[in-house]
Ligand binder design. Structure first.
Ligand SMILES: Cc1ncc(COP(=O)(O)O)c(C=O)c1O
Length: 359
């Protein structure tokens, strides 16, 4: 059987043996009654790691972001966020569809930040013509910007701007753990300025399901109400939370391996004719590589690679996104580079026309 190397995302990771054991033996109760000891423990650990009073376990990163925004804002309120934000791009406009919140986008710079002046400019004056600006949302690491990290100093500056204007700062920290490991700072430090943060357990940390939202005790009470509103109140969810506890207590440090593999990939891809990649912008586990040949596009390259057992997602017709993860070894990285090299040397034969997806 062909060895499949799956670089589409870190969401493809499967639970570790330790997770499966923890799931099988988890103590459980009815979490809607607050009686699942394993969920309660996961939430306490997450709150502590993120430096917040409380946390709540939710089904997904998408649900975490939606609940957070609904819990801060009311219908007609405006959310300032990047034009490449996952919340804006890949979450079906849920905050508008469900919460009546309006997106006010400002350009994401290549490093995943939003210029402070652009944020400031987007904040509405108190005028009856205008929607009320209520929330600023950042993303760390930034998915569509290639896994770039936001620094604590930048995040603090956005937090200060938000709070000086009476706004809430939400961080979509689906991969905040990667940002923390890459910068050698704690997740709590990266979330210090935030009123809410969503972090995923089921991406690089390899848990099968789930995310956590952290914030003040009052905010998390409201978030619990909104989780129930959205149908996300789970019962004996300790079987899932047990894997999340293993994720938070055993899987953080090894993200450095994913980052090293990503850097090796970027260096190798940069040396292949017909491809462009910049290792200096690989902060974490995401590499964006561009196809520079005129006779072939990124979708065709991705299709041709898939027939050779290598899976990745085109970002658009020129660019591919490559995500290292728990199942990808240094030997796999070498195999990927050899396969790319061989493919780009000849005619790239692909069925063509395939769809490209998200994140
Ligand atoms: C930055 C970011 N935020 C949120 C999400 C949504 O997470 P989920 O797929 O668990 O809904 C993702 C998913 O890849 C993401 O990359």
């Amino acid at each position: 059987m062909m060895n499949i190397i799956d670089l589409r995302s870190d969401t493809v990771t499967k639970p570790t043996d330790a997770m499966r054991r923890a799931m099988a033996t988890a103590e459980v109760g009815d979490d809607v009654y607050g009686e699942d000891p394993t969920v309660n423990r996961l939430e306490a650990i997450a709150a502590e790691m993120l430096g917040k009073e409380a946390a709540v376990f939710v089904v997904s990163g998408t649900m975490g972001n939606l609940i957070s925004l609904l819990s801060h804002g009311a219908r007609g309120d405006e959310v300032i966020l990047g034009d490449n934000a996952h919340i804006f791009y890949y979450e079906q406009g849920g905050m508008s569809a469900v919460g009546g919140l309006m997106a006010h986008t400002v350009p994401n710079l290549a490093d995943g930040t939003l210029a402070l002046a652009a944020i400031e400019h987007a904040i509405r004056a108190d005028d009856e013509h205008f929607a009320r600006t209520r929330i600023i949302a950042l993303e760390n690491t930034h998915n569509r910007c290639g896994g770039r990290v936001l620094t604590p100093e930048y995040t603090d500056a956005v937090g200060a701007l938000a709070h000086a204007n009476g706004l809430m700062l939400h961080i979509d920290g689906a991969r905040l753990w990667n940002a923390a490991v890459a910068q050698g700072v704690s997740p709590a430090r990266l979330a210090a300025a935030a009123d809410s943060v969503t972090c995923c357990l089921s991406k690089g940390l390899a848990a099968p399901v789930g995310s956590v939202i952290a914030g003040s005790a009052a905010f998390i009470r409201q978030a619990r109400r909104n989780r129930k509103l959205l149908g996300g109140g789970m019962r004996q969810a300790g079987v899932l939370a047990a894997a999340g506890i293993v994720a938070l207590t055993e899987m953080l440090d090894r993200l450095a391996d994913d980052h090293a593999n990503a850097r090796t990939l970027a260096h190798g891809l940069a040396r292949i004719d017909g491809l462009a990649a910049d290792p200096t912008v690989v902060d974490t586990n995401i590499v964006v590589a561009a196809v520079t040949r005129d006779d072939v596009n990124a979708v065709q390259v991705a299709e041709a690679l898939s027939t050779r057992g290598i899976l990745l997602n085109p970002l658009d017709m020129q660019r591919m996104r490559i995500v290292t993860n728990y199942h990808v070894t240094p030997a796999d990285v070498e195999q990927v580079l050899d396969t790319f090299q061989e493919l780009m040397r000849g005619d790239v034969v692909a069925a063509g026309g395939g769809a490209y997806i998200y994140g």
